[in-house]
Design a protein. Structure first.
Lengths: 134, 1197
């Protein structure tokens, strides 16, 4: 996208213009800093009345993102507003990386770990970022 | 037919076989007469010209008399009693010279001229055939001896002939199993005997008018001066019998070879010379008379005369092929037929073409002529015949689906148009007289050439004009007379015209004069594509040929019993029969009563256009037109006979007026009080049917009304001579009185039925017909220099596929589901047929709903049963649901009415708060939801704004997901539809009536959201808005088939400040004219003309506009094309833009599909469900409801 915010890129696939290849850079001073995370984004037929579907392709250690890369983010669910755009959605996802919310978990084991031993969890996240998101 | 009858002759004369006896009782051999004798029997002499023999005696110098002389040579020296001397005929001829004279004078000139007085007989040719000896013995017959051929008498001849045998011949005896004549006495050694000639085949010949058909044998004996020698072989006798009996041919011959000693059944090889008697050529008139007597196309029964003609036709065909006579010139039709394998015109192949539905009872007389071809033709023939049999019943059925042309067939027709028009670009150009003010384009000048020629009957103007399609040219051969050197005839040689004769293998008619393809028709079909200026061309013709062309009027040869037309009109009933006779050949005793005036019949919407255009095109005082609405108590005759300033040259009327005048006239014309003065009492110089496809249904009143008009020259103008079935063309031809195609039975058996049988011949015939009487050019045609004949600006068609807004979709879905369910239910119960109309009504609702959901509520909710049935078909719940839904949708409008005062106040306060903020914005804001410029900006309670569509959609989505609809931007809410306020940005309002700008607040106004707008309507308004920015004076046509939708468009346009005019079927002629006039005026703002597709789809010239919007899809694509061509036609000089709106996923796409396949449902819908073939339509309905398998969305658009 031409007007992509820094650290975010999204490009539609050749075979399906509703299907985007997305990369999001891990926000600064977060365990994901330095990592480039790949996501896929799909605009359903009903978009913008219904939210886009977004999923992490890169393995990530995050309480709100599960093993399959699914994201727990309210604007992608019931808080969706048609005024939101791909750009804002991706910014929100980037922000989610900077502000994990273990109280509303999707990956329960990660959330558990995050709550009980935050530094270990952060270290794990850093490790995964180094390992998978480069 | 035994004897050709004349209407003036005594009918009973043919009924008695006794009359075949020669008058002289002294004849010993009364049972036979010579071939020429049969011709001149007392019975027939009353109406027939002198027999060959007699006249040749009287003026034997005649060049045609070879054969007579010959007969005299043969018999001249003999006076023996046992042959009929030619003199014997004399008394009978002498008895009625005055009568046959009268026959000639009484015959109509066209037909009568076919047998000029000089002609006596013509030598057709000879053939070699076998005869069977009926005698035995030596010396009765030897090679080279001449024989004459005879027919036994029809009745009682057996006994008599037995007597005669006894008398004339010696005892016969059996020798070696064969009967051998014992006596031979004459020079030539000839002998005759009579065997069991009655035993074999019998042919029904109808010699009487009564229906009883006496059995007549098909035996032809031949004899020499000694008596009978034998009989002709059955093969030849079969077809010769009828011809001999009716005096069409005369025979002579000689023996080529025979056994020295004859025995019964032994073969005698004969050379038979065939002559066409004068009588053969008189039949042409006969046939005409018969037609006039009223075997009109409704009556398909074969009359006695028809049967006789059929036999004669078959027999002549067989004879021609037997002799091997080849036409000097045939026509396209016949050639094509021959190419198809039916190389020989024999009974079977002719039967295929015959208009006589009766199965044949006669023994196959043509069997010998060409067995293989007969076999080939049989399958087709039987099919055609079975069809023919049902003809009478089907006559009223104009909706026979099978006759509908499918797409492929229409393409074929297009190709034929093209073929038939080849070479038309080489037509000469004719300049119209100076009184015609417009400048014609070259192709229009060509049309003028063609049309003038058609009116003058000049066929040569088109090189491909030729012989009447059904006729062939033959030439009489020069008879080889013994002792003279044989002349070798080269077929390519120029043939002396006096030796030519013409033969119609379909009807059996013969003629000596050149039969042109339009002996009766003056005029034709001008079928140029729409927008090529047909009106203009016709006007130029009116200018060019103002007066009745006296020279082209046939000379006055009225039969005595027919009053000259000049005396007739007022008080005499004009029957169909004298109609037929009178029209083109009306005798004109003096110039005073020459047919005058041109009658233009056109759709009511075009009447004033004709009037105006004629006025504009004509120099003042040259051509004056008069609009005739029927109610005026004006005597047409008097009107048209006015001179000077009051002179009227053209009367313009509408089809509707004509039809009602026709009714009136039909009712009154026979009353003694009837005073005439009706349109139908006037004999017009020219009748012009504009948009002539209005009469395509030949059983419709309006068509009949047109057929009955009296006029010398007849023109049909139409861009679509064949709308969707070949019979459409028939009606035009019938109006034109184009022979013979204007006869239904002919057209049916030559065109319709072969076509249905997929016989390519049919298309050849169509091509032939079109070539002869139709001129068609298309805009894409090029002139001889390769330039487009019409240089129209380009046209682009933009099909806009739109998506329903949410509420629309809901309502539509609801309706569709309901209709679908009901249909499935009806279908399952087998009641779909009986509820056909209500199914169509449901379809109609769906189509309306696509335009605008409010339409399904319509005016009719309360009182129209079918609407209610649709809306309330099921449970009460559902009814409420639907109405709630619609009420919700229309909520804005309703609440406005209900609690107006309060609402208005609130609105004002509301507006004040936001006005400042809104006013600051100069550009159209971007909608948060769709990220485009806002369209139909609405204000949410939180003062956020977005497109109306977007927010309505969002609210709907949230409702579906059972979550509150919050503002997309600030998440305040929940928002209800009724909370929305629409923002009207500044736009100058125009009063549609006064055209002045209304005073009003500039800037922004806030109002209720008008949810009533439909997707299509919004798209239209949006587009109009863009157009106005590009061209501030743009003129636009908006077509819809629903006037109720036009009403809604009106309201919206008014609100948007767009000036509009309206044109629909409810308007009077004057109003329509005023509207068109108004639309044409130059104003400095956009103007929209709202037109109902049905009222304004045809004829109107609206070239001042160059944008067309088709709001909905009509069943018939051609109609839509017509509508577009109001604009894309001559006179248009701008690029034409056509926009069609289609809503995705609705009946519209399926209608488009069906539209392209032009199937049954189209017809059913158009004819109000009266179609017979509902089965086919039901299949279509299934398609429409998406119940068939093939329901993909993509392929259509």
């Amino acid at each position: 996208m031409a007007d992509s915010p820094p650290g975010i890129s999204a490009a539609p696939k050749d075979d399906n213009l509703r299907h985007f290849d997305v990369t999001v850079a891990g926000p600064e001073s977060s365990p994901y800093e330095g990592g480039i995370f790949k996501l896929e984004l799909f605009l359903p037929e009903e978009y913008p009345m219904n939210p886009p579907k977004v999923r992490f392709l890169t393995k990530i250690y995050h309480p709100n993102i599960d093993k399959l890369g699914r994201i727990c983010l309210d604007i992608l669910k019931d808080k969706w507003s048609p005024a939101l755009q791909i750009r804002t959605v991706l910014l929100s996802i980037q922000a989610l990386l900077g502000a994990p919310n273990p109280d509303d978990p999707l990956a329960n084991d990660v959330a558990q770990n995050w709550k009980e031993n935050q530094s270990a969890a952060i270290a794990q996240a850093k490790e995964w970022t180094r390992q998978y998101a480069n | 037919m035994n004897v050709e009858d004349d209407s003036t002759s005594i009918p009973s004369k043919r009924s008695s076989p006794d009359l075949f006896f020669p008058v002289s009782d002294s004849e010993e051999e009364e049972d036979v007469i010579t071939a020429s004798g049969a011709l001149a029997g007392p019975s027939s002499s009353a109406i027939n010209p002198p027999s060959t023999a007699t006249s040749s005696r009287a003026n034997g110098q005649s060049g045609h008399n070879n054969r007579s002389k010959q007969s005299q040579e043969v018999f001249g020296s003999q006076n023996s009693d046992d042959i009929i001397a030619l003199d014997d005929i004399k008394p009978s001829n002498g008895a009625s010279p005055s009568k046959f004279k009268r026959t000639f004078s009484a015959s109509p000139p066209i037909a009568g001229s076919s047998s000029p007085n000089g002609f006596e007989q013509g030598y057709l040719g000879e053939f070699v055939c076998e005869g069977w000896s009926l005698s035995k013995g030596k010396g009765y017959c030897s090679p080279g001896s001449k024989v004459i051929f005879e027919r036994p008498k029809p009745k009682a001849q057996v006994e008599e002939s037995r007597n005669s045998i006894r008398d004339t011949k010696g005892p016969a005896r059996l020798v070696n199993g064969k009967v051998v004549g014992a006596k031979g006495k004459s020079i030539g050694g000839k002998q005759v005997t009579l065997g069991s000639m009655m035993s074999k085949k019998t042919t029904p010949v109808p010699p009487k008018k009564s229906n009883t058909k006496p059995v007549v044998d098909s035996i032809i004996r031949f004899r020499n001066d000694r008596g009978f020698v034998g009989r002709l072989s059955v093969q030849e006798a079969g077809f010769l019998t009828h011809l001999l009996d009716t005096g069409v041919i005369e025979l002579s011959g000689h023996v080529i070879d025979c056994p020295q000693s004859l025995s019964t059944g032994s073969t005698i090889l004969l050379n038979v010379k065939v002559f066409l008697a004068r009588k053969a050529f008189e039949n042409v008139e006969k046939k005409d008379e018969r037609k006039e007597e009223g075997t009109f196309w409704q009556e398909q029964k074969e009359t006695t005369e028809e049967e006789a003609m059929r036999k004669r036709k078959d027999a002549l065909g067989a004879l021609f092929s037997r002799i091997g006579v080849k036409p000097l010139r045939s026509n396209a039709l016949l050639l094509a037929q021959k190419k198809n394998g039916a190389a020989v015109i024999n009974e079977t192949s002719l039967q295929h073409f015959s208009d006589s539905p009766k199965p044949k009872r006669s023994p196959s007389p043509s069997k010998g002529s060409n067995g293989t071809a007969s076999e080939k033709g049989k399958g087709k023939a039987s099919a055609a015949n079975s069809d023919d049999d049902g003809d009478g019943d089907e006559d009223e059925d104009s909706g026979d689906e099978a006759e509908k042309l499918d797409e492929r067939q229409m393409n074929e027709i297009d190709a034929i148009y093209a073929k038939a028009q080849q070479g038309d670009n080489r037509l000469e150009e004719t300049d119209p007289p100076d009184t015609f003010l417009y400048t014609l384009r070259p192709y229009q000048k060509q049309a003028l050439t063609w049309m003038s020629a058609r009116e003058k009957g000049d066929e040569s103007i088109r090189d491909n004009q030729s012989l009447h399609p059904l006729w062939e040219v033959y030439a009489f051969k020069k008879e080889h007379i013994e002792g003279q050197p044989i002349e070798i005839e080269d077929e390519d040689d120029f043939v002396d015209p006096s030796r030519k004769f013409y033969w119609n293998p379909y009807s059996g008619e013969l003629s000596l004069t050149f039969p042109t393809s339009n002996t009766r028709a003056k005029g034709g079909i001008l079928a140029d594509a729409m927008g090529m200026g047909k009106t203009c061309m016709m006007a130029s013709l009116i200018h060019t040929n103002i007066d009745a062309d006296i020279s082209s009027t046939p000379p006055p040869t009225a039969p005595e019993d027919e009053e000259p037309v000049s005396k007739r009109p007022k008080f005499k009933q004009v029957t169909l029969s004298n109609q037929w006779r009178a029209t083109p050949t009306v005798p004109k005793p003096a110039n005073v009563n020459l047919p005058r005036g041109t009658l233009v019949v056109c759709p009511v919407s075009l009447a004033s256009q004709w009037h105006d255009e004629l006025g504009k095109m004509s120099e003042k005082g040259t051509i004056t037109s008069f609009m005739w609405y029927g109610n005026d108590r004006i005597d047409i005759d008097r009107l048209l006979s006015q001179e000077g300033k009051k002179k009227v040259d053209v009367i313009i009327t509408s089809y509707g007026t004509l039809a009602s005048e026709y009714q009136k006239w039909k009712k009154n014309k026979d009353k003694p009080t009837y005073e005439g003065g009706n349109l139908y009492d006037h004999d017009f110089l020219r009748i012009v049917l504009d948009e002539a496809h209005n009469i395509k249904n030949r059983t419709a009143q309006v068509s009949k009304a047109c057929y009955e008009l009296k006029g010398q020259r007849r023109w049909a103008l139409t861009g679509t001579p064949i709308v969707n079935r070949l019979d459409d063309l028939y009606s035009l031809l019938h109006f034109l009185r184009l022979e013979p195609w204007g006869h239904y039975s002919f057209f049916r058996s030559f065109v319709t039925i072969p076509f249905l049988n997929q016989d390519p011949k049919a298309l050849n015939v169509v091509q032939y017909i079109l070539e002869s009487c139709l001129l068609r050019r298309e805009k894409t045609m090029r002139d001889k220099d390769g330039k487009l004949i019409v240089d129209l600006p380009p046209k682009t068609v933009d099909i806009q596929v739109l998506d329903f807004s949410r509420p629309e979709r809901q309502i539509y879905k609801h309706l569709e589901d309901r209709a679908k369910r009901r249909f499935i239910q009806l279908d399952a119960e087998g009641r779909a047929m009986s509820n056909y109309t209500s199914i169509l009504a449901m379809l109609m609702k769906l189509r309306q709903c696509v335009d605008h959901p409010l339409l399904v509520l319509g005016k009719s909710t309360e009182d129209d049963e079918s609407t209610d049935r649709l809306l309330d078909a099921d449970t009460g719940d559902e009814k409420n649901n639907l109405k709630d839904l619609i009420a919700l949708y229309a909520g804005g409008a309703k609440s406005k009415v209900n609690d107006r005062g309060e609402e208005e106040e609130v609105d004002h306060a509301f507006a004040e708060k936001v006005l400042k903020e809104l006013g600051e914005q100069e550009t159209t804001p971007i909608c948060d939801i769709c990220s485009n410029e806002m369209f139909d900006e609405v204000l949410l309670p939180c003062y956020h704004r977005c497109c109306q569509d977007c927010i309505v959609n969002w609210i709907g989505t949230c409702e579906d997901q059972n979550k509150p609809a919050l503002c997309p931007s600030c998440s305040k809410g929940p928002i209800k539809l009724s909370d929305l306020r629409s923002i009207q940005r500044k736009r100058k309002r125009v009063n549609p009536l006064t055209g002045t700008h209304e005073e009003g607040e500039a800037g922004v106004t806030i109002g209720k959201v008008n949810l009533v707008q439909s997707t299509k309507l919004r798209a239209l308004v949006r587009k109009l808005d863009l157009m106005r920015q590009e061209d501030p004076e743009v003129k636009t046509l908006v077509f819809s088939q629903f006037t109720s939708f036009l009403d809604l468009i009106e309201t919206t346009l008014t609100k948007e400040g767009i000036r509009w005019l309206r044109f629909d079927g409810s308007m009077s002629q004057a109003q329509r004219a005023a509207t068109i006039d108004e639309f044409g005026k130059k104003i400095k703002e956009p103007l929209v003309l709202l037109i109902s597709l049905k009222a304004g789809g045809v004829g109107l010239n609206l070239t001042m506009a160059n944008h067309v919007f088709m709001m909905d899809t009509w069943w018939n694509e051609a109609i839509e094309q017509q509508a577009i061509d109001r604009v894309h036609r001559l006179g248009q000089n701008k690029h034409v833009h056509v926009t069609r709106y289609i809503i995705k996923g609705t009946v519209e796409k399926r209608i488009m599909k069906i539209q392209r396949s032009k199937t049954a449902l189209v017809n059913a819908s158009l004819s109000g469900g009266a179609s017979k073939d509902k089965g086919a339509s039901l299949a279509d309905i299934k398609k429409i409801f998406g119940l068939d398998d093939d329901d993909s969305e993509d392929e259509v658009y």
